[in-house]
Design a protein. Sequence first.
Length: 400
Amino acid sequence: MEFFRNTNIDFLGKKWYFLSFSLIFSVAGILSMLFWHGIPLGVDFRGGTLVYVKFVETPNNSAIRSDLDKAGLHNAVIQRYGVPSDNEVVIKLDEKETSESDISKGKNQIINALETHPVEGKQDLNNSDRVGFAAVRQALVSGDPMHAEPAEYERIAHQIMDFRDRVHGGVLRNIDDLKGTVPNPVVDTLNQNFYVSDFGVRSADIVGPQVGGQLKKQASLAVGFSLLAMLIYLWFRFEMIYGVAAVVAVFHDTLITLGAFSLTNQEITLTVIAAILTLVGYSMNDTIVVFDRIRENVKILRRESLAEIVNKSINQTLSRTILTSGLTFLTVLSLYLFGGEVLHGFSFALVIGILIGTYSSIAVAAPMLVAYTEWRSSNSGRGSVPLPTQGTKGKVRVKV
């Protein structure tokens, strides 16, 4: 299947337009990273606490921030989490000094901030870090509403917690919601000892600053070594200039993708680094397809200039590029639109990366190859330069 047959687009003739496009977006991203939003690293890299909170009603981020500010949590980041109907948010606390023991501290700080109407003498049944199975069981055993054995109250306590966590997602609207699930005397005892707030803390994760620093270093090394390995591969597969051109194109893609995160102030997490590594491989593969066609045409079209050969090679692979990149783009676009908050950063990186990666194979790598070859030819005073035919063996001279 082909979208285009016998196209004859002068891609190299538009290289200055391509250069202007790349410069605008690259410089905008660099300026944003240096002077505006910086590089917005997630908690994975900078350290801190993530607290996941579920609300009974649709959460109001402004009201949540106001409550947190009143409690002294001024630098918290609030984001919707999951599907909108779940009414969940993730609150990110940026802590300079943190350890595993601080998880309960961060959770309790948020509970104290959001619990605007606590009931004196009663416990909040919706927050499992303060009221768990043991507290419910103890209240039932002490009140003895059914005059039953402790083992029976233990079973009922399990039933209550299971109803709250599995049926209602960890948040009860009212204690009377338990009627029909447990005996009414048990509900009356719970009403005497507990109340329910309009939210519940589901879970919390913590990343220490030392761990975050290690992750940052390892992520940088992963991207750097992947580029180096691809440079070496292309050096042996083609020639050094092919490897350099491909790596420059991939670096261009990575820079623009990171710039997009900075411009939109979206956090860079470990999943985003995974997306960038995926992008590196995808973009490199697309570039190699074009380079391989150039190498084949060099052997056939010996009387044509290198610019003409490169243009023809790009046109010959254009249909394949549109098909593969287009289908992949539609897939990641679906992830971005419907994948939810967890996949948002990952899919955003791929959406930007696939567009820029496809563009750079045509508009960055190929023109750079031609520009270097022409420069090398003019400096050497020769009318032709060696280009690879198969691997690194054999040379063919083409007119430039």
